[in-house]
Design a protein around this ligand. Structure first.
Ligand code: PDD
Length: 279
């Protein structure tokens, strides 16, 4: 397994990060996750644009242009013979003596990339769908930034695991914000596709945008608005989107079946359309 670290491709075992790295000490860094299908990066430009925006919001200089990132990602995919899975990218504010304020301006950012093989297209979970529980959203107020500070998501996902379900939907003021690492969608009995509008409360999902576009093209009414847990309980279908799951049907929320309790036809249709487009 080959990892990209600070300008070099190195064996996994040799990739080491200093104790004083600010990613480790302060979660002072940004990450991205992009899918690879048939050896090709999916929607990579959008992921790189979001990476650039996240870095800008916390004032870390983006060390590479979009073209340079792409070249490095493609080389990493090739070196790992990755046909299907994920590329993980992370940039931190670098290593320096521990101090909350930014380090000296000449401190180079730490840049890491690795790949993870994953069965995305033929994920067995997509056939059955997943159940979710709802949990309070305990995260900070800039969830639009893809920060490596993920304790809220870690605790939410662990609660899901301990409840024996596939994910947790986080809830704030009675409204669903998003899944622990995914965007939440419902389809109303009137067959309207609902997802929360973009704001500081949620990550602007790349898959979210692609799926909304597919839904509109397929003639589905798409509405960006808040929805409550109660409305989700009465939904006809539900699903989540992310680079790692694409479209994952949600078949139960807090133990109550969604619709028929089986993956919804529209969710499965949007999933199929996505993979057709990626071909
Ligand atoms: N997570 N919301 C949150 C909180 C996320 O962490 C993610 C992605 C998404 C979906 O975004 P996208 O469609 O761009 O993947 C929404 C990635 C997959 C992760 O942390 O592994």
């Amino acid at each position: 397994r080959i990892v990209f670290l600070n300008g070099s491709f190195v064996p996994f075992e040799e990739a080491k990060i200093p104790v004083m790295d600010r990613g480790f000490l302060f979660a002072d860094g940004i990450y991205e996750v992009a899918a690879v299908l048939d050896g090709r990066l999916v929607d990579n430009e959008a992921h790189l644009a979001r990476l650039d925006r996240s870095l800008g919001e916390i004032r870390i200089r983006n060390p590479y242009s979009s073209a340079e990132w792409t070249r490095l990602e493609e080389e990493l995919v090739r070196r790992n013979n990755l046909a299907e899975g994920l590329v993980y990218m992370e940039v931190t504010r670098g290593a320096a003596e521990r101090d909350f304020a930014f380090p000296p301006a000449d401190t180079p950012p730490t840049v890491v990339m690795f790949t993870q093989p994953k069965n995305i297209r033929h994920s067995p979970l997509a056939q059955t769908g997943i159940a979710v529980i709802t949990v309070p959203d305990q995260r900070w107020k800039r969830r639009d930034i893809k920060s490596v500070g993920l304790l809220g998501q870690v605790l939410a996902k662990q609660a899901a695991v301990e409840a024996g379900v596939g994910d947790a939907w986080m809830v704030e003021d009675g409204y669903v914000t998003e899944g622990s690492s995914s965007t939440a969608f419902i389809i109303t009995p009137e067959k309207r596709l609902i997802t929360r509008p973009l704001s500081n409360a949620v990550l602007p999902g790349i898959t979210r945008l692609a799926v909304m576009k597919l839904a509109k093209e397929a003639g589905l009414a798409v509405e960006e608005r808040l929805f409550t847990v109660e409305e989700a309980h009465g939904a006809e279908e539900a699903f989540v989107t992310s680079a790692s799951s694409i479209v994952m049907p949600v078949v139960a929320i807090d133990g109550k079946p969604v619709g028929t309790g089986r993956p919804g036809p529209l969710a499965l249709r949007l999933r199929a359309l996505y993979f057709e487009l990626a071909e």
